[in-house]
Design a protein around this ligand. Sequence first.
Ligand code: SF4
Length: 368
Amino acid sequence: MDQEKTFSEAERLSQKASSAHLTRRSFLQLGLASGTSVLLTQRQAFADIFTFFQPVQVGNPLATYPNRGWERVYRDLYRYDSSFVFLCAPNDTHNCLLRAQVKNGVAVRIAPTFGYGQATDIYGNQASHRWDPRCCQKGLALIRRFYGDRRCKYPLVRRGYLAWVNAGFPRDPKTGRPPEHYFQRGKDSWVKVDWEKAFDITAQAMQNIAETYSGPAGMERLRLQGYDEAMIEATGGAGVQTIKFRGGMPPLGATRIFAQYRLANMMALLDARVRGVDPSQARGARGWNNYSWHTDLPPGHPMVTGQQTVDWDLVAVENARLIIVWGMNWITTKMPDAHWLTEARIRGSKVVVIAANTVQPPRRLMPH
Ligand code: SF4
């Protein structure tokens, strides 16, 4: 009843205000009246809400809420049509076997395979399930790179480089240097080409380099470019020796770790053709082994043994009582193998780390 009265009072003031001019006094009266009515209706709503929140005694929730159809929403979120196993390689050298789950033709999720424990070698030795789960956050997030708009899906050639190729590889006849305007790395744009064109460009460029720097004339060009005499002598007059091969992490994965180096060796075929030498005299190109040194794996190993370690070697710490981690950040850069180190520590193995000193000397905050 009070509420009705308040409403009619508010309406009367409202009509008064709109039919005549709205005075400051009538405006305040209108505000107070409508505010009171809002408060009254809100009070009822709050009362209803608090009733709703009254504790309800539920014995067996599944009996009280027999309709469990809503659970399908969650199951559908994770439902997939098919899956496939693939080797993770774009990120690093661990080459984890991962499983992608596909829904509506789209790979929606990546997970570890949990299949390492089933693997056997040619002698029938079975791997331990302790290799599982072999994966890391980068592998789990790989799906974003599958479909990322920055994924490179076709060959691209720098515009200036392509112009240099199309112009027939012009070079300074004395030094062999190409004109600089063709080589504006970092400033240039990219041109999409098909694979045939990309292979053609690569083959032609290798042949041109080999021809330019082979023989006494080629060695003289290197000299005029300022190369150290020992480096020039080391080429033996084979222009292919000035070509350096080094893959990014994917081509250096353990399953293909020597692919780039094999390709470097195959340049002996080109050398034999360019210099016309006997195959026994032909030289390959240079394979650059920076992988041993960039501390993803312990550089101390090739320093001491002359041989590069591979990721699988890290499991050996299982049997070690003293582990020397020399120049590598195992936990950070060898994610799927980090557990071997952690487990060894749990068993009491001693860990010695030899690393660059990153402690900065105290700095003066105020000038003296
Ligand atoms: S460690 Fe991660 S990024 Fe590297 S291969 Fe395994 S899942 Fe892929």
